[in-house]
Design a protein around this ligand. Structure first.
Ligand SMILES: N[C@@H](CCC(=O)N[C@@H](CS)C(=O)NCC(=O)O)C(=O)O
Length: 228
């Protein structure tokens, strides 16, 4: 059975959604990143990058959310519309856009808005601007479309959903008013039973909520250089 190394945050949620949609049997293994469990030597053997998610498929480790989605989709021939070159190109382009743009810029926007010490105006401005720029590209792409690629629900929608759930946290409470196509799209995923089961995974374990000084030492090891 697949082992899903999980924390209730955007990247692991994408993989949980795939596993639920595909009805693949899996065991959720909690990794409490606020307690530093991502740095445990046993976990580093599965994900040397010390982040969630990762999976063990039998004895095969796979890490990085988008790599896991591709691996599982290709292995099970599910949610991967690559029948023609047009669709192949779209899948590759949007997956990389999410992996290198949406994910990192949204993550850094939240980091600087919520966790960075002052002065931070320059960094907040840059990452908020870039996060908005990326979501506005998605918003324009989803105009008149139900799904991101090939008129069908795919790993691209699942990958994007992980971060889209967090849009009010990333961009502000009124952000949905400015992203109506993206809101229509996420509502249709949120209504899916698999999405609700993926969201409910967090109730299976008491994950640490507080981001106190101890948690920050685990999450942001770069702070140590500044004596923070
Ligand atoms: N590129 C990686 C990023 C993974 C990532 O940043 N995971 C976060 C949760 S969304 C995490 O584990 N954070 C804890 C840490 O950075 O120590 C992916 O897509 O899986």
């Amino acid at each position: 059975m697949i082992k899903l190394f999980y924390h209730p945050s955007p990247n692991p949620l994408k993989v949980a959604l795939f596993l639920e949609e595909a009805h693949l049997p899996y065991e959720m293994i909690p990794v409490d990143t606020r307690k530093g469990q991502q740095h445990a030597p046993e976990f580093l053997k599965i994900n040397p990058n010390a982040k969630t998610p990762a999976i063990l498929d039998g004895d095969i480790p796979v890490f990085d959310s988008n790599a896991i989605l591709l691996y599982l989709a290709a292995k099970h021939q599910l949610f991967l519309p690559v029948e023609n070159d047009q669709n192949k190109a779209q899948i590759a382009s949007w997956l990389m856009f999410i992996a290198t743009g949406i994910g990192p810029y949204c993550g850094q926007a939240v980091h600087f808005k919520r966790f960075a010490p002052e002065p931070k105006e320059y960094a907040v401005n840059r990452y908020d601007f870039e996060a908005w720029r990326h979501w506005n590209i998605i918003e324009a792409h989803l105009k008149g479309k139900a799904w991101m690629v090939a008129d069908t629900y795919s790993i691209i929608d699942m990958s994007l959903w992980g971060w889209a759930r967090m849009i009010p946290v990333i961009l502000g409470d009124d952000a949905w008013d400015k992203l109506p196509n993206t809101k229509r799209w996420i509502d249709s995923i949120n209504a899916r039973p698999a999405a609700q089961r993926a969201e409910a995974l967090k109730t299976q374990h008491e994950f640490t909520i507080a981001v106190d000084d101890a948690a920050k030492r685990h999450l942001f090891p770069s702070n140590a250089r500044l004596g923070l």
